[in-house]
Design a protein around this ligand. Structure first.
Ligand SMILES: [Fe+2]
Length: 318
């Protein structure tokens, strides 16, 4: 990873206190073998873990997510990375807010801080290196000069392998309460929202336009995990890669308005999605981003096919 950057002292004269990265997520799924088949086809590395398996990305030994066997699909916990000098400050901060600290869950024992968010989601803050990017990646499309063939033969095309976890979108009962909690307790920034339907949050030590986002539902749950690929071409190629393995349901190719990323979502066997994402907007460490409240028509996508009818359905609420 690149050198650690952190936000400079603010008007209050002290170092800004905020999480810097999404460290990992943990999902329970009904069938680990089928989940492993899905994630391997998606282009992730699957590594044994005592509780199930971990997923890694191309060239990284970071465990971005863990999958464990459960009776049904269920988000188990979210872990966020903090700087070493901030862990004790966070402990005092959380206690000052009346947030009760908890013991770690079985299989994920750590010296981090464990507590529940406003929806009851289990959250960990733990000291990690900063895995959210320090700079906007130069993604997009590479064109070839005249006389040179641009597309590889399909049989020779390299497998699409995401380079990092980009963001996570979770369901929440109340958008405003979610914003208030993640700004107030975790020091995140609101990037953009659309009324009480959806909100996008960034890390204030420099991150993508969103590393975490919320969409309104009757219960908590995971909507999608998003994985960065360097080229738009790989977004489309990833969709074909998944369809070739039988994972044909999804949505894309399209482009979002809020975050600007190109996307293709592939539906997993339990109704959540894994997103190939390319060229998302970036909010630098030294920028005070002005969030806006957007019309619903701008909150979803700029162009692309019509999304599946159940795209925003929360299968963890049923
Ligand atoms: Fe996304």
């Amino acid at each position: 990873m690149t050198a650690i950057r952190r936000r400079q002292p603010g008007n209050d004269g002290g170092d800004f206190l905020g999480i810097h990265s999404v460290n990992h997520f943990v999902m329970a799924v009904p069938d680990l073998h089928e989940a492993e088949r899905f994630h391997t086809a998606f282009g992730l590395d699957v590594v044994d873990h005592r509780a199930g398996y971990a997923v890694r990305t191309d060239g990284s030994d970071h465990d971005w997510g863990y999958f464990v066997e459960g009776g049904r699909k269920q988000l188990q916990h979210l872990s966020f990375g903090v700087f070493e000098q901030d862990l004790q400050r966070f402990k005092h901060h959380l206690e000052s807010l009346g947030i009760k600290l908890l013991a770690p869950p079985k299989g994920f024992e750590s010296n981090g801080l464990w507590f529940r968010d406003q929806d009851g989601n289990l959250i960990e803050l733990v000291v990690t290196s900063k895995t959210s990017p320090d700079f906007k990646a130069h993604g997009g499309h590479v064109s070839t000069p005249p006389g040179i063939v641009g597309a590889p033969l399909r049989s020779k095309a390299a497998k699409v392998r995401p380079t990092r976890l980009a963001h996570i979108l979770i369901f929440t009962r109340d958008i405003q309460k979610a914003i208030d909690f993640y700004v107030g307790a975790l020091g995140m920034g609101l990037s953009d929202r659309s009324g009480d339907n959806i909100a996008f949050m960034h890390g204030r030590h420099g991150s993508d336009h969103h590393m975490l986002a919320f969409v309104r539902s009757s219960a908590p749950g995971l909507h999608h995990t998003s994985w960065d690929v360097p080229l738009i071409d790989q977004v489309g190629q990833g969709a074909t890669q998944m369809a070739d393995k039988g994972f044909v349901r999804g949505w894309g190719l399209g482009r979002h308005v809020l975050g600007s990323n190109f996307f293709h979502y592939v539906r997993d066997p339990w109704g959540s999605y894994a997103e190939y994402s390319c060229d998302i907007d970036y909010i630098p460490v030294d920028m005070d981003w002005q969030s806006q409240d957007h019309d619903p028509e701008d909150s979803f996508y700029m162009w692309g096919p019509t999304p599946p009818e159940d795209f925003a359905r929360n299968y963890e609420a049923e």
